[in-house]
Write a new protein. Structure first.
Length: 270
């Protein structure tokens, strides 16, 4: 049996209920959640100071149940089934199911990959996508985490949050600079959110990655509280500032479609 590494980079939390195997298995999932690019068996073992034998058994079990996915590079990532468990459910309908018609419509109309995501703590996380018709596909993997302050869906969801909830979240967020266009001032960011709320959609013109543009809007529940965001993304060469402005009405319409599908008593009026 292989020996564990002596010093864990990330300590494993002890639940205190004499379930060490479960605590370590959950630590593996949490570890993968912090590394959207995926980790190999040895990297997981090194991160948590666990034996390769244990990590091998746990990842095999989690993969068999769909909670972890192993790609062709032998890296493990959070699986779709785990993402499905953490998504909002309204009137017994999972968010991805309710939003799928709007995602497909947006992808068909724009030709781009349409994404769906939610807020997880102080970040966003991609939970679904629909591939578009463009010859070159520009998409983000399910399970990928993204900063809220540099992304169109993040800004859209924050803009429509009730003020107390939004302010509490903003206080916990770190407005890290990624490019010269990243907003790092809280007062400036609040002004940007006011503009998003007024126009109904949000954009990201290279605020997270140079040459990468994004257009998004918030999906609201029956009380007009954001439960998710949807967006399209692509290189600045084809998702230009001018094209974003032209596609904005499609984005807000798709968001409205998804919002209404979350509230069955409201008939679609589009």
């Amino acid at each position: 049996m292989s020996k564990p590494f002596s010093r864990p980079k990330t300590p494993i939390n002890d639940s205190g209920f004499s379930t060490p195997s479960l605590d370590r298995a959950l630590a593996v999932l949490e570890c993968l959640g912090r590394h959207p690019g995926g980790l190999t068996l040895s990297k997981i073992a090194e991160e948590l100071a666990l034996s390769l034998n244990f990590v091998y058994r746990v990842t095999r079990a989690l993969t068999a149940h769909g909670y972890v996915h192993r790609d062709t590079d032998k890296r493990f990532r959070v699986g779709v089934k785990l993402l499905a468990l953490c998504q909002p459910v309204h009137d017994d309908v999972p968010l991805t199911e309710a939003a799928m018609p709007a995602l497909r419509w947006l992808s068909d109309q724009s030709g781009e990959v349409a994404h769906l995501g939610i807020i997880a703590d102080t970040e966003g996380i991609v939970i679904e996508r629909v591939v578009g018709t463009q010859p070159i596909k520009f998409y983000i993997e399910r399970g990928t985490r993204f900063p809220l302050h540099t992304s169109a869906p993040g800004k859209a969801m924050l803009a429509f949050m009730p003020e107390p909830q939004r302010e509490a979240l903003l206080e916990r967020m770190t407005l890290k600079r990624y490019t010269s266009r990243t907003i790092t001032s809280r007062s400036e960011f609040r002004k940007a959110l006011e503009e998003v709320r007024e126009q109904g959609w949000a954009s990201d013109f290279g605020e997270h990655i140079e040459g990468h543009h994004c257009l998004g809007a918030a999906i609201l529940d029956g009380e007009q509280v954001p439960v998710a965001g949807l967006w399209i993304t692509g290189p600045s060469q084809w998702l230009t500032v001018e094209r974003v402005a032209k596609l904005a009405p499609l984005m807000t319409r798709a968001a409205r479609m998804a919002s209404e599908d979350l509230t069955p008593i409201v008939r679609r009026r589009l």
